[in-house]
Design a protein around this ligand. Structure first.
Ligand code: FAD
Ligand code: NAP
Ligand code: MG
Length: 458
């Protein structure tokens, strides 16, 4: 019999989890289907593959990356650890709980570098359009080989969409902003705090991007940081130099006016207003239509498109859990694709989805969110042989993280946690986070001799 063909769109942490899931099977001596993963960038890692570019890339494709210089993990690494490849496996020594981006990028790659994963991936290749044939039950994917500027198509039995959802900005309009004389950008195009040194900056939004970009700019020398919220302020104990105001009503030149009647002049505006789930390569009937939330509708077990479960979406939820959630999803998706995990009828799947949606509607606090996503992970873990881990303990760590941030938004990254995979207690970083201006892997992993001062630059 001809091997089934599986197409994967995107080689970020989700797409790589799918490849890894099949490799795990291969390592058990089983035959695996034919897998082709398409990645529009020249390297894997998705968001973690830092791009200095904004706007469009070398080949005119929209830039995917939204990460920036000096980005450090915003949650404890113990909450995202792969349960089949620990931090100890990779770094061979305890490291701190909040590593910078290059260190996490290194970790993601470590698990697959030694394998044949790269052979499955066609880089510099954009998925342009997808269609599904009801008769043959196959997907046709139209692809652009960007390097040689050539379009071609391929057929697949299953299609895994792992293209991420923190890339296309949600960019609101505020009256008068077109006459704002300074920089006015979305967080997607923010590439580091350097250019905002000495400036008074205004961030619109009150979620992770606003919080982190605000704190980064403060740390790297902005004169003042003002956050403007629509629904609720972040409400942590802000240090001097950072404050929160209600929503901007309009701009007049460099002055922003706020709902509470106050006004202030700014040098730059950064819209930290979130992202759109955007799948320009999918037709209406296959496209997931959702906002950023913990349980997008129409996805059975958070992954199988209910109208057509041969279409699988990974990582489409808002994320407390990340790498380990993508793994747990990818293992279940794999088992369905090889016939090991059977789906119930569409109606039964609908009932299951509705059960989760109802639960999701009742969430009020951050703690509720954590419990909800923990329950979701437990459900997934019960369905495959992805190595189980102590989800309750990870949930507790997330809650501690939320408390730590409230108490010390500039110091929470100095805290340490214990791995549920190995039991290892994280090390303290050699330098306090607020004093650490270098996010390179070399400096992070540097071990000073006792009493030795670490050079400022390595
Ligand atoms: P992505 O990482 O977005 O990867 C998707 C891939 O699909 C990309 O490589 C892209 O090029 C490719 N692609 C897209 N469209 C196409 C196409 N048409 N054809 C071919 N390829 C395509 N998570 C954490 O755990 N800790 C953090 O500290 C953290 N910080 C973050 C900071 C920022 C600013 C952002 C935006 C996110 C952060 N995240 C963090 C969450 C992050 O989204 C996940 O960690 C993870 O990267 C999601 O993986 P993914 O594979 O689902 O998507
Ligand atoms: P998000 O969590 O979806 O939040 C979007 C924010 O924009 C909300 O505060 C929302 O306010 C606000 N907003 C939307 N439309 C608005 C409008 N018209 N006017 C005013 N405010 C508006 O998006 P995000 O903060 O960009 O986070 C995305 C992901 O990136 C998260 O997974 C996060 O973990 C990750 N991230 C990580 C780091 C890190 O440090 N490692 C840094 C940045 C981002 P309402 O509450 O009113 O809806
Ligand atoms: Mg299990």
């Amino acid at each position: 019999m001809k091997k089934k063909r599986i197409g994967i769109i995107g080689a970020g942490p989700s797409g790589l989890a799918q490849i890894r899931a099949f490799e795990a099977l291969k390592n058990q001596g089983e035959e695996i289907p034919e897998i082709v993963c398409f990645e529009k960038q020249s390297n894997w890692g998705g968001m973690w593959n830092y791009s200095w570019r904004t706007g469009v890339g070398k080949y005119g494709e929209p830039i995917h990356g939204s990460m920036y210089k000096y980005l450090w993990s915003n949650g404890p690494k113990e909450c995202l650890e792969f349960s089949d490849y620990s931090f100890d496996d990779h770094f061979k020594k305890p490291i701190s709980s909040y590593p910078p981006r290059p260190v996490l990028f290194d970790y993601i790659q470590g698990r697959i570098k030694k394998s044949e994963a790269r052979d499955f991936i066609r880089f510099d290749t954009t998925a342009r359009w997808v269609s599904f044939d009801e008769k043959t039950k196959k997907f046709t994917v139209i692809l652009d080989d960007l390097k040689i500027d050539k379009t071609y198509s391929e057929e697949f039995d299953y299609l895994v969409v792992a293209s991420g959802h923190f890339s296309t900005p949600n960019m609101p309009y505020f009256k008068g902003i077109e006459n704002f004389p300074g920089t006015a950008i979305h967080a997607h195009d923010f590439r580091g705090a350097d250019q905002f040194k000495g400036q008074n900056i205004l961030l619109i939004g009150s979620s992770y991007s606003a919080e982190d970009i605000g704190v980064q700019c403060h740390k790297h020398g902005a004169n003042s940081v003002t956050l403007s919220y629509r629904s609720n302020p972040i409400g942590v104990a802000w240090p001097e130099g950072i404050k929160e105001l209600p929503l901007v009503t309009h701009f007049e030149e460099d002055t922003a006016y706020f709902k509470d009647g106050t006004s202030e002049k700014f040098d730059a505006v950064i819209m930290c207003t979130g992202y759109q789930h955007k799948f320009p390569f999918l037709p209406d009937e296959l496209r997931l239509k959702t906002k950023n939330n913990l349980y997008p509708d129409h996805l059975y077990k958070g992954v199988f498109f209910n109208n057509l479960p041969q279409l699988i979406y990974l990582g489409m939820q808002d994320q407390y859990y990340t790498f380990n959630m993508f793994d747990a999803q990818a293992w279940v998706a794999r088992d369905y694709m090889i016939g090991r995990f059977k789906l119930p009828s569409e109606a039964k799947r609908r009932i299951d989805i509705d059960k989760w949606l109802k639960k999701n509607d009742k969430l009020e606090t951050g703690f509720d969110d954590v419990d909800f996503q923990s329950d979701y992970i437990k459900d997934l873990l019960s369905l495959s042989d992805y190595p189980a881990f102590d989800v309750d303990k990870v949930g507790e760590m997330f809650k501690q993280w939320l408390r730590d941030k409230e108490e010390g938004i500039l110091t929470y990254r100095d805290k340490t946690f214990q791995s549920v995979v190995t039991g290892t207690m994280a090390a303290e970083h050699h330098t306090e986070w607020m004093d650490e201006l270098d996010d390179s892997k070399e400096r992070y992993l540097y071990e000073p001799e006792e009493e030795e001062l670490i050079p400022d630059k390595l």
